[in-house]
Structure formats: structure tokens, C-alpha cells
Design a protein around this ligand. Structure first.
Ligand code: PLP
Length: 344
């Protein structure tokens, strides 16, 4: 049985976005963050497409995600950003992926279990995951085989934020002292910060999936996710009547309302109501009333829309984000399990 609603995923756009991001830091290899199931698109499908395009370094958050991805394509490396909790050790020792060690306890745990190649995260000012520079340079890491030493930017989407340069300088200082095969610093927005932010390996996520990570990327990255719904019913709503829960929208004129089969349970959250719209050919169909769990009402007055018609819901990430207060990341990772994910 085919799913009643669908994400059309544009593999060419995904690869084009990866190439564009890679081109912004020509001195660095370009990896890909595919945590949270490839930001909701499907981690395995994203990995396969980017690996075919030449991407060699992938990042997930957890070992469960690493296992779900299945066998790694030839020549591909996978890093697990949350490192090794005690409970992760059996999987971590057996899996081809590398742990990103974040804390003193994780470094000790890894050494005591036999060591071997690993990645290490240093926290340079975000105060989230990672060793402090002091811990990293204390001798703790002496003798460890570090494949990638990395750090993560807190404010890269604000190019003028003073923390960007401070973090970069702090990372460069640690990198000068800690031997590693490669050094990695920039996420999507960090890539756009320009010279001095690329190091050896970048780790974009958002930009790959068509988000706009920051100034300098507007219009350059292609939409990857197309959200396809179907009209379940079209109804005439006379002027004065309301639509949906709470009767929050009232028809000012005699209206044609199309009901589509998508709702907040699919990640199309109620906060998108004011900015959301559907498209039927050239016609723009604004969302009216509250978004329900499984249904959205669109104003199709004057458009030729019938039961069974396909409606693409607008999914312009920066626009929806600005209008709703949801981040572009939340919009992507919230996309639900009811969508069939179909790659072209
Ligand atoms: C998620 C993540 C990335 C990717 O960030 P984007 O902003 O999506 O490009 C890179 N590095 C780390 C450590 C991350 O957690």
C-alpha cells in the first residue's frame, strides 16, 4: 500500500548543495552531518547519495543511529558525536564507526577498553560537549591515535559575533599542541565565515538539506524536500461560517475550502499556520484555521482544485522559520513517519 502523503526528495539538489558547500572551503574536505536520520530525510539514503558524489566523512549523534545506517560504503568513515557511554562500549568496539570522545571519563573508558583510532571534541566556548582546552592539553590525550580533532561553533549563523573568532583562535591553539591526522571545525554556517574557518574537514548539515545557514547562502542552496499532500475533500463554505477547531477562521466571502491529508502529527506544526500555503499549479492556497493533527484546510476559492488532487505544501525553510519562530532544523527533523520518502 502506498503512503497517502509523501516527501519528494531531490537527490541532485542534495549533491549540488554538498558541492556548493565544499566549494566555499576548497582547502578542506567536506563531510556531512546525517544525525537524526539525515535531518529527517533518511540517513541511509543521504549517505549513499553523498558517498557516490565523493563525500567520505559522515557524522551521527548516537551508536543506535550508526547501527541503523547499516554497512558503510567503501572508503567512508562515520563518527559518533556523543562518544562512548559505558553502555555503548560493546557496540563501539565492534562497529566500524569512530567514537568522538568528549569528556575525561570517555577518554579513560576508551583507553581502558584498548584504545585505537578515535576522534576528540574540544569545547572552545559553547559549553556543550567536549574536553576543555585545559583538559585536552593536560597530557590526557598523550599517545592516543586521534583521527579527527574537532570543535563546534556556537554562533556561526551570526557572522559578526565575537565568539566566532574567539572559538577559532582557541581551537587553533589546541590544534597546534595536539597531534591529529585532521582538524575539523565548521558546520554549514561556519563554512560561510570564510578564510581561516575551514581547517581540514568541514561538517555541514543544514545547508545540505536546503536550509539557509546564514548570510552568503541566500538563494545558493537548492530545496531538497518537497512536501506532497492530497486533497481529501473540497467544500463550499458560505460567508460567515468558520473552519476548523476553535472556529478561528471565518469566511469573509463565499469560499471553496480544500482539506489536505497532513497535519501537526506529520511535523507540520500549528505555528506554521499563518505562513503556510499550498500550491496547485500556479494557484497559491493559504492555510485557513488551525492546523489539525492530520488535516489542513486551504483556501482554494477561485482555484480549480478537486478531490484527489496533489497539493505541494510550501516548504521554504528560511521563510517558514522566520514566520513561525521554529528553526529550520526543527522544520526538517520534525517531519514525521507517515510520509513516504521518495528520492528522485
Ligand atoms: C549537527 C552538527 C553539525 C552540523 O551542523 P549544521 O548547522 O547543521 O551544519 C556539525 N558538527 C556538529 C558537532 C554537530 O552536532
Amino acid at each position: 500500500m502506498s503512503a497517502p502523503l509523501r516527501l519528494d526528495l531531490d537527490g541532485d539538489a542534495l549533491v549540488a548543495n554538498w558541492r556548493w558547500l565544499a566549494g566555499r572551503q576548497p582547502g578542506a574536505a567536506c563531510g556531512a552531518a546525517i544525525k537524526a536520520d539525515g535531518y529527517g530525510l533518511g540517513g541511509r539514503a543521504v549517505m549513499e547519495r553523498l558517498a557516490r558524489a565523493g563525500c567520505r566523512d559522515f557524522f551521527v549523534a548516537t551508536w543506535a543511529e550508526a547501527e541503523t545506517l547499516g554497512a558503510l560504503p567503501d572508503g567512508v568513515a562515520l563518527s559518533v558525536l556523543h562518544g562512548v557511554r559505558a553502555a555503548d562500549m560493546p557496540v563501539a568496539r565492534a562497529h566500524a564507526a569512530r567514537a568522538v570522545l568528549n569528556s575525561v571519563a570517555q577518554v579513560r573508558r576508551w583507553r581502558e577498553s584498548g584504545g585505537g583510532a578515535c576522534d576528540v571534541m574540544v569545547d572552545t566556548g559553547m559549553n556543550r560537549l567536549g574536553l576543555t582546552p585545559g583538559e585536552a592539553m593536560s597530557g590526557l590525550l598523550d599517545g592516543l591515535v586521534i583521527e579527527t580533532l574537532m570543535s563546534h561553533l556556537a554562533c556561526a549563523d551570526e557572522p559578526k559575533h565575537a565568539l566566532n573568532r574567539a572559538q577559532r583562535d582557541a581551537f587553533a591553539a589546541v590544534a597546534a599542541r595536539i597531534p591529529a591526522r585532521r582538524y575539523s571545525f565548521a558546520n554549514s554556517a561556519g563554512i560561510l565565515l570564510g578564510q581561516g574557518y575551514g581547517f581540514d574537514l568541514t561538517r555541514p548539515g543544514l545547508g545540505l538539506y536546503g536550509g539557509t545557514p546564514g548570510p552568503g547562502a541566500e538563494g545558493a542552496l537548492r530545496q531538497v524536500v518537497h512536501l506532497m499532500t492530497e486533497v481529501l475533500q473540497v467544500r463550499d463554505v458560505p460567508a460567515g461560517q468558520s473552519v476548523g477547531y476553535g472556529a478561528t477562521w471565518r469566511a469573509e466571502r463565499d469560499s471553496r475550502i480544500a482539506i489536505v491529508n497532513c497535519g501537526y502529527a506529520d511535523g507540520f506544526l500549528r505555528a506554521l499556520g499563518a505562513a503556510g500555503l499550498g500550491r496547485a499549479g500556479d494557484a497559491i492556497l493559504p492555510i485557513v484555521g488551525r492546523i489539525s493533527m492530520d488535516l489542513i484546510a486551504l483556501d482554494a476559492t477561485g482555484a480549480s482544485v478537486g478531490e484527489g488532487d496533489e497539493i505541494e505544501m510550501g516548504f521554504d525553510l528560511p521563510r517558514l522559520s522566520a514566520a513561525s519562530g521554529l528553526s529550520q532544523y526543527e522544520l526538517l527533523t520534525g517531519l514525521g513517519r507517515r510520509f513516504e520518502r521518495r528520492w528522485a
